[in-house]
Design a protein around this ligand. Structure first.
Ligand code: MTE
Length: 313
């Protein structure tokens, strides 16, 4: 995102793209698979499919092929590790993601500090394939591992006063060299309305391509909100707070005319400095039309029925 004016993962840790697809085929042929593929509008549950059917469901029926692992993990936005797209993969290798604690605070019945192991143990990860569309008009299709945020929220029991959820990234300039420069007001913060946070598509991601989240993608726990621009999908979360008022968000705070709180993907609302009507899928040359709500309109448009999307962009 522009404002005007892995430890390198070793080869053995990586699931290469082709091997991943092979593994998929193997899982499919071996029997029943439980995969949720939300690539196509009308989230598709591929629970009882086998073999080729499962493969087709996961990759999607709209020409939505998975973005190769290399692009997903080497072309990133994670300003805590630098502002260049290659910086996170280069600089996040030694980032320590254990021990890791997530503080749950605010308007809920079960506030507390939770070890990441407790969270991962309580909410087992499933696979979901989502598009991620950055505000800068590039996009990817990623097989995420994760659990629905709504499960965690249901467990901590928001009180009737909770209206929004605020998320905060770790602040540790010793480990995150980007935080030594004031490009953003650190720590990175983001927020969702409670109904957005409770939507079944909203995911707490713990991995991708069948393995733990690489550091540059937001280990050990990040948000993925597939119908919103990528900056809402905050990485390396250490705090989740249930609050009464609309929380601030880093990009909105920095440039409110450019980055709205809602940040719903909308081809009809241009960024002040560029059009949002088309996007470039990483690995492809020709741009393709951007879909309303990033293609998830059937599932999420009802959340915004009473909202003027031109005003609340
Ligand atoms: N989270 C934090 N903490 N810091 C960041 O700079 N960048 C955001 C989002 N989450 C960012 C962040 C932006 S602009 C995008 S597009 C996505 O992460 C990119 O996710 P990816 O690198 O896994 O593709």
């Amino acid at each position: 995102m522009l404002i005007r004016k892995p430890k390198k993962i070793s080869e053995s840790e990586i699931t290469p793209y082709e091997m991943y697809l092979d593994r998929r085929k193997f899982i499919g042929q071996a029997g029943r698979v439980a995969l949720l593929a939300a690539v196509a509008p009308g989230a598709l549950v591929a629970g009882d499919l086998t073999g080729e059917e499962a493969e087709a469901a996961v990759i999607g029926s709209q020409g939505d092929e998975l973005t190769p692992f290399k692009h997903v993990t080497e072309y990133n936005n994670f300003y805590e590790f630098g502002t260049g797209k290659a910086d996170p993969a280069r600089n996040a290798g030694d980032f320590r993601t254990r021990p890791w604690t997530v503080a749950i605070e605010g308007q809920c019945e079960r506030p507390g500090d939770y070890a990441i192991e407790d969270i991962l143990g309580r909410f087992p990860s499933e696979e979901r394939v989502y598009r991620l569309r950055c505000v800068e008009a590039w996009s990817m299709v990623i097989p995420w591992m994760g659990f629905p945020l709504k499960d965690l929220l249901a467990w901590v029991q928001p009180t009737s006063r909770a209206k929004y959820v605020e998320f905060t990234t770790l602040h540790d300039p010793d480990q995150m060299p980007g935080q030594r420069r004031r490009v953003l007001d650190w720590p990175y913060v983001e927020g969702l309305r409670l109904d957005e946070a409770m939507h079944p598509l909203t995911l707490m991601a713990t991995g991708l391509y069948g393995q733990e989240l690489p550091n540059q993608n937001g280990a050990p726990l990040r948000l993925v909100v597939p119908w919103k621009y990528g900056f809402k999908s905050i990485k390396s979360i250490v705090r989740i707070r249930l609050v009464e008022g609309m929380p601030s968000s880093s990009w909105n705070g920095l440039a409110p005319t450019e980055y709205g709180f809602f940040a719903n993907v909308n081809p009809e609302v241009d960024h002040p400095r560029w059009s949002q009507a088309r996007e470039r899928r990483l690995g492809e040359i020709r741009r393709r039309p951007t879909l309303m709500f990033n293609g998830y309109a059937d599932e999420v448009a009802s959340l915004y029925e009473s909202l003027d999307l031109l005003r609340w962009f």
